[in-house]
Design a protein around this ligand. Sequence first.
Ligand code: DOR
Ligand code: ZN
Length: 423
Amino acid sequence: MILIKGSRIVDPAAGTDKTGDILIKDGKIARIAENIEPGTEEVRVIDGTGLITAPGFIDVHVHFRDPGLTYKEDIQTGAAAAKRGGYTTVVCMANTRPAVDSPETVRYVLEEGKKTGIHVLPAAAVTKGLQGQEMTDMEALKEAGAVGFTDDGIPLMDGSLVKKAMEEAKRLRLPLSFHEEDPAFIRNNGINHGKVSEQLGIYGSPSVAEDSLVARDCMIALDTGAAVDIQHISSAGAVEMVRAAKRMGANVWAEVTPHHLTLTEDAVLRYGTLAKMNPPLRTEKDRKALIQGLKDGTIDMIATDHAPHSREEKEKPLTEAPSGIIGLETALPLALEALVRTGELTMVQLMEKMSLNPARLYHLEKGSLEEGADADLVVFDADREWTADQYASKSSNSPFTGWKLKGKVIYTICEGNVVYEEV
Ligand code: DOR
Ligand code: ZN
């Protein structure tokens, strides 16, 4: 049993934010009250004074590179990064080697995930080998344990295949996640087409590449009624497309990363390949539109797109290095800085974006602190300062290394077990 005493309890499901005690027993939240005495049973008492307790974070978009690319990350190290960041559930993308396009690989991720102490859920590929040609057996993948479908990293260019995949996913009642960047418009991925790319003498990736595919998929989602997650949304135009599609009645969701909320294309000049990701960091106008999208409910979730790459890979020239940065361990302080301390979102709203809404998309009974709910919790100090100088991840490709961050996870509790503790 664990008793967290005197913390600020933020429950996005109930919309409440008040100080009290939480008793955890048999992996569940047994009781929440203003004052709970430890009693006679053996109980670990955590002093929550000055700390916030919220539902464990849920990241719908991580790359744990396992199987096949484990020199970058594996399921255990990825989960270690997740726990350090306050995450109790993660959804792993399918661009591994082999890709997660067979029931065996789905089961492998699930089995490895069970050893981590948190919930590691596999998304399976939409197309075989992520080739964009032939659909996977989505029903068999669901039976094996896939929680959704995605070819993340690679946009799907065949609209009729996208429609068929949406119809099948809807029949199976599972969400699809889409990486939206039409390569027809892109010459160098990972860097916005704009003033910085011009300065660097390269063409880059314009926002129309994203806007046009988001528009297409929003309309196919409207037509099919499928639950569709627009991944790592980065442009003002894409936000507007999602806003319109939601208004029209499409079951469209959107996620944004902490880095797209924090940085703009200028970061490429300072951090080089550590600021290269797909879709790229864009302009201040886009960043503001992302924040507005979160505020008005157009953007539902914060997802990290945790994308580990080795030092050797990221040391390559800008146009050759792979895209992506790690994100699990720095997500909370970056989100607090961009959204809560600026007054853009309340703490309840931030927890909704980091836990409740991701749970709703994946039909998980999580994201709530009601009595009887799973004891998947994060306990953090919103004001504790620390410097990101080492990571639990196998990789360290982050532009935020050396940054002084404010907001630190102190405990991550999953199914009633303390799986991470800040010492
Ligand atoms: O920057 C990215 N890196 N974007 C993606 O969508 C994929 C990811 C990766 O797998 O490295
Ligand atoms: Zn992606």
